[in-house]
Design a protein around this ligand. Structure first.
Ligand code: GTP
Ligand code: MG
Length: 496
């Protein structure tokens, strides 16, 4: 059977479980789907209701012997790198699409990641329990994007599922197993260990932890490993349920302890014999010494004149978040230091001497560090949810560019309908207050949280093009750039 874990045949070739990456737009139900399969409740405890890191779980199917490793990825626009990394390490993918909302920007981005990774995939059309669900609409939209599903001239498998009721999930699992069987994943059981780093995290109590996915061979406690010139001695390993394990075979995700420094996420890890491992360590230590001296020399030579920038020290819980945040920063934001783990004294001292402020994303600030920050007058801003951090940072950047100008609110509207006419994405709006005019800059907010800033490109009232609309009017607006708005979103026109 193709997905049996470590099934031996005569020439010690084993078949490893498939690694299945779950991709799709934000809130389309990826985590809930995995929760249903794993009988967990991760989605309901996530800050801001969104996933903000990669999750790797291996499950053994009930009543069956098959094992599948699932990689859950976040759907928020900021986490593009995590989605692409998830697809890169996977053997196959599940594209999750909301049966009511249909294809959205990150669905399309996910399709591109799947194409780039060149892996087979199937489509789970989720939320079929909802009244407005429409599988045929989703299939038609996929066909428009060149993804031809069964019944639409192609052979991409689609399964209608509900992560709420469980409908269709057995069929989905069957399909995953079938797809995996079509390309048996062979591995040599005796080959040396090879793995890939999928996440790194700094745990205040347990130290640096590295999540690895075993690609070949197996990893044992005590093994000597190296990744990107950073070595580690595996002191302890834990599975996705926090249980200690001493051996991890192919396709198994494990959290390991024993790396001195965080290896680069996405890099390969291999095991080494002791003498080679020791000489690698010696070389690295020498290199670091030389680099350290060079840095001091450069600093002594003085810095070039500084541009108008916001200096930040970035701390986050996992490397994936750190990367996602950095990827979204405006060029006026200068990250002078970054790291995973809680805010510490040296971060404060660096912030004080460089007049930077500290952005702490999902990490703790110990009491004594907070005191030092107060004493040094260093500002620490903590966040739990990525879009709040990005929104605040954008405000800071706007202030930096135009410090004297405050926003004047011109008008407010609510989205009450959504249309697509001749390629235009139109927001049907009710004007609540003031006036909205063509070319106005607008904020789009959802439940009071900024979703996007854009501009009004076209405006129609009673099917006539108009230049402005006022309180109590109803109008159709087209934004440039387009925004992934929803019914109920607020539109705030402003002047600055
Ligand atoms: N009715 C219904 N609701 C669902 C279903 N699947 C997910 N949801 C709800 O949709 C919301 C988003 O679900 P998540 O599982 O967090 O979505 P996600 O794709 O993991 O979101 P991100 O990780 O942030 O991209 C939650 O409120 C879920 O309860 C479903 O099949 N039916
Ligand atoms: Mg999720």
């Amino acid at each position: 059977m193709a997905t049996k874990q470590l099934t031996k045949n005569q020439n010690s070739v084993t078949i490893r479980p498939p690694v299945v990456c779950v991709l799709g737009h934000v809130d389309h139900g990826k985590t809930t789907l995995l929760d249903y399969i794993r009988k967990t409740k991760i989605a309901s405890h996530e800050a801001g209701g969104i996933t903000q890191h990669i999750g790797a779980y291996q499950i053994k199917l009930k009543n069956k012997k098959e094992v599948i490793t699932f990689i859950d990825t976040p759907g928020h626009a900021a986490f593009s790198k995590l989605r692409s990394r998830g697809a890169e390490v996977a053997d196959l993918a599940i594209l999750v699409i909301d049966a009511v909302e249909g294809l959205k920007p990150q669905t399309i981005e996910s399709i591109n990641h799947i194409k780039e990774a060149n892996i087979p995939f199937l489509v789970a059309i989720n939320k079929i329990d909802l009244p407005g669900s429409n599988m045929e609409m989703v299939k038609g939209q996929l066909a428009e994007k060149g993804i031809l599903v069964e019944g639409y001239g192609g052979d991409v498998v689609t399964v209608g599922v509900s992560a709420k009721t469980g409908e269709g999930i057995d069929e989905l699992l069957e399909m995953i197993i079938l797809l995996a069987q079509m390309q048996p994943l062979k591995t040599e059981s005796k080959s040396l260990f090879k793995g890939v780093v999928i996440e790194t995290r700094m745990d205040p109590k347990r130290g640096l932890s590295v999540t690895l996915l075993v690609k070949e061979g197996s990893l044992k406690t005590g093994d000597l490993v190296i990744s990107d010139e950073i070595e580690g001695r595996i002191k302890a390993m834990f599975d996705e349920n926090g249980r200690k394990v001493n051996l991890a075979g192919p396709s198994k995700p494990v959290e390991v302890f024993g790396f001195k420094k965080a290896p680069r996420v996405g890099s390969q890890v291999v095991s080494l014999k002791e003498d080679l491992w020791k000489s690698c360590r010696k070389k690295r230590l020498n290199r670091e010494k030389v680099n350290g001296l060079k840095k001091v020399e450069q600093e002594n030579q003085g810095q070039p004149e500084e541009k108008k920038v916001i200096k930040v020290i970035l701390k986050a819980d996992v490397t994936g978040c750190l990367e996602a945040i950095k990827g979204c920063l405006a060029e006026e934001v200068n990250v002078i230091s970054e790291g995973i783990g809680e805010v510490n004294e040296s971060d404060i001292l660096l912030a004080a001497s460089t007049k930077a402020f500290i952005l702490a994303f999902r990490v703790a600030i110990p009491k004594q560090v907070k005191k030092l920050a107060d004493y040094e007058k260093v500002k620490i801003i903590s966040y739990d949810v990525i879009y709040k951090l990005l929104e605040d940072l954008e405000k800071q950047v706007l202030k930096l560019i135009e410090p004297e100008i405050e926003e004047e609110i011109l008008g407010e509207a609510k989205v009450i309908a959504e249309f697509k006419i001749r390629g235009n994405h139109i927001a049907g709006c009710h004007i609540k207050k003031g006036k909205l005019s063509l070319n106005n800059q607008v904020h789009i907010k959802r439940n009071g949280v900024l979703l996007a800033n854009t501009r009004i490109k076209f405006m129609q009232k009673n099917r006539q093009n108009v230049e402005s609309v006022k309180e109590k009017d109803e109008a159709g607006l087209v934004f440039s750039p387009d925004v992934d708005f929803k019914l109920g979103d607020d539109i705030i026109a402003y002047n600055n």
